[in-house]
Structure formats: C-alpha cells, structure tokens
Design a protein around this ligand. Structure first.
Ligand code: CAA
Ligand code: NAD
Length: 284
C-alpha cells in the first residue's frame, strides 16, 4: 500500500497539527473544514506553528516553504477523492463521524485507508458506516501534535494485517513512535489519563486545594509538564466532557463519569484555551 496523498478532516486543534506533521514529512496533504472561516483559522494555525519552528531554528525556512506547498485546503469532501489515506479529526461525536465516513466512502477510491483520531469512540462502529472495515483503523495523535512523539495505532477485529502495518509504517514515517492497541474506548493512554483528569476536577470540587496548588502538586511532586487542570484547559473541556461521557457509557465505571463541575463549565462555554477561559483565563 503506497501512501502519497493524505486527506485530513477537520482543522481544529488536532487536525491542524496532524496536517502540519504530514506535510512536513513529505506527503501531499489536503485539509477539509466545514466553512471558509474555519479553513482560514486552521491554515493560519499551521502557518504560525511552522513559522515558530523556523524562528526557533528547528526547521529550515526552505523546508517550511516546501511543507507549505504540499498543503492545500477545501470545504468540499469531494476534493479528498484522490487521497490514499484520510485521517479524520472532527468533533468527538459518533453520529457526525459516521455520517462523514459514509459520504467519504462513496467519494474515495476502494484502496484508500480511513483512520480516525478519536480519543474514545469505537472505531468499529465508525467503520460500519463504510464498505471498507478492513481498511479502517485508529490513528490517535497527542496534543500538541508537532511535539508529542506518541501515536496509538488501533486495530478493530476487522482491520486487515496489511492496513495495520501500513498505518504503523505511516506513523513512523512522520517521525512518531507508534504503539499498537485494540479498539477499546480510550485505548491505552486515555484509559489511564482520563480518570486522573476527572479526579483532579473532583479534588477541586471537594476543596482539596486551589487550582494552582492542585496543578503545582502534580508538576513539582510528580514531574508532570502540566498540572491536570492546565492540561484539561489545553485538551479542551468540551472534548474532555464528550470523552468522559463516551468512556462512562462503555465501561459503566464511576471513575469515567464526568464531574458536575466539568459539565457546568462546558454549559457556561468555558472550553479552556480555545474559548479564552476554562479553569484559567487566557488573554488574546
Ligand atoms: N505546536 C508546536 N510546538 C509547540 C506547541 C504547539 N502547539 N506548544 C509547544 N510547542 C513546542 C515549543 O516550541 C517548544 O519547543 P522547543 O523546546 O524545541 O523550543 C516545546 O514545545 C516546549 O514548549 P514551551 O517551552 O513553550 O512550553 P513547555 O515547556 O511548557 O511545553 C508542552 C509545552 C509541550 C505542551 C508541555 O507542557 C507538555 O508536554 N504538556 C503535556 C501535554 C500532554 O500531556 N499532551 C497529551 C494530552 S492528552 C491527548 O492528547 C489525548 C487525547 O485524546 C485527549
Ligand atoms: P476541535 O474542536 O479543536 O476541532 C474539531 C474541528 O472539526 C472543528 O474545527 C470543526 O469545525 C471540525 N468539523 C466538525 N465537523 C466536521 C466535518 N464534518 N468535516 C470536517 N471538519 C469538521 O477538536 P480537536 O481537539 O481537534 O478534536 C478532534 C478529534 O481529535 C476528536 O475526535 C478528539 O476526541 C480527538 N483528539 C483530541 C485531542 C485533544 O487534546 N484535544 C487529542 C487527541 C485526539
């Protein structure tokens, strides 16, 4: 299976990072968003991230320009027709994802591989919306995508050996360190990380400490680069809430249940960094 053209669905926090690393690794990369405004915002995020890498001396200006030339954007799903691999990073909502995959399945060639960047939804159910369950896998990146080395390669019971190997090799070609896992909600990392993040919200609710002290505790006491409340703001409280609901539904275990405070923050529009306010406030 030879992969040359990559389609990326969604240019939010994750989709823009995924498109950036694909273009940097030499793939012709086309990003699809739902509106011109969101295309512009996503492409702007990629441009600024590539610019910062040049400023910091991590990327040569010529390589930034070459990556820029390999990147294109669209609002039309049909423009992904010639992609060899499509990586989906749209909202964490099963119905929206299934609807998108069903439409994409009719558009892309039969050999194209589909991968979801979902954090917690079942890949098997998404693949059931297509006629290519054998060419369907999970490719779970971590935020911020250009920095985090890990990618989880997720197989379903229908994923073929050839697809799993092609996706694993693709992740390596991006300079990432892939690990293999199965289609269980949250895979390896979120199965461990999400209950910890939710517990931090419960600790705040219970008045165990201030937001600063809870974060400082885990940063200085355990060497984490970010405390849990900062990390929640970074991941997005709306996304984390959706993930927790999905994992709770799958496992029916209290540790995955979203705490009331998290729900109220989402209802109040406090999504974290992306909306300017979460557990902390962000300027600009
Ligand atoms: N894009 C590109 N590069 C970025 C970046 C971004 N958005 N944010 C930071 N960086 C780079 C910086 O340029 C810098 O590079 P150099 O060291 O080469 O100069 C490096 O990352 C460190 O950045 P800073 O010095 O500005 O800040 P920092 O030291 O505080 O690190 C961080 C920032 C890398 C984000 C670090 O705080 C960290 O690792 N945080 C934890 C992130 C994490 O746990 N991610 C997983 C989230 S869970 C998930 O993704 C799964 C899911 O399904 C929800
Ligand atoms: P986000 O809200 O930043 O971006 C999602 C984007 O998808 C939005 O820009 C939205 O306009 C777009 N979108 C919605 N419907 C679409 C469609 N039909 N076609 C194309 N674009 C569409 O969310 P995000 O944080 O980037 O998360 C995206 C996916 O990645 C989710 O499945 C999430 O669980 C997963 N994920 C998130 C993180 C994280 O730290 N935020 C980490 C790993 C995986």
């Amino acid at each position: 299976m030879s992969i040359r053209r990559v389609g990326v669905l969604g240019a939010g926090l994750m989709g823009s990072g995924i498109a950036e690393v694909c273009a940097k690794a030499g793939y012709e990369t086309r990003v699809r968003e739902v509106s011109d405004e969101l295309v512009k915002k996503g492409m702007g995020r990629i441009e600024s991230s590539l610019g910062k890498a040049v400023e910091k001396g991590k990327l040569a200006a010529a390589d930034r320009d070459a990556a820029g030339k390999r990147l294109s954007s669209t609002t039309k799903l049909e423009d992904l027709a010639d992609c060899d691999l499509v990586i989906e990073a749209i909202v964490e909502n099963l119905d929206v994802k299934k609807e998108t995959y069903a439409a994409l399945d009719r558009i892309c060639g039969p050999a194209a591989i589909f991968c979801s960047n979902t954090s917690s939804l079942t890949i098997t159910e998404m693949s059931s919306a297509t006629e290519r369950a054998d060419r369907f896998a999970g490719l779970h990146f971590f935020n911020p995508v250009p920095v985090m080395k890990l990618v989880e390669v997720v197989r379903t019971i229908s994923t073929s050996d050839a697809t799993a190997e092609a996706v694993f090799a693709f992740a390596k070609s991006l300079g990432k360190e892939p690990i293999r896992t199965h289609d269980n909600s949250g895979f390896i990392v979120n199965r461990l990380l999400v209950p910890y993040l939710l517990d931090a919200v419960r600790a705040l609710e219970d008045g165990v400490g201030s937001r600063e002290d809870i974060d400082k505790g885990m940063e200085l006491g355990c060497g984490h680069p970010m405390g849990p409340l900062k990390l929640l703001d970074f991941v997005g409280l709306d996304t984390t809430y959706a993930i927790a609901e999905i994992m709770f539904d799958e496992y029916r275990e209290k540790r995955f249940a979203p705490p009331p405070l998290l729900k109220r923050m989402v209802l109040a529009g406090r999504y974290g960094r992306k909306s300017g306010r979460g557990f902390y406030e962000y300027g600009g």
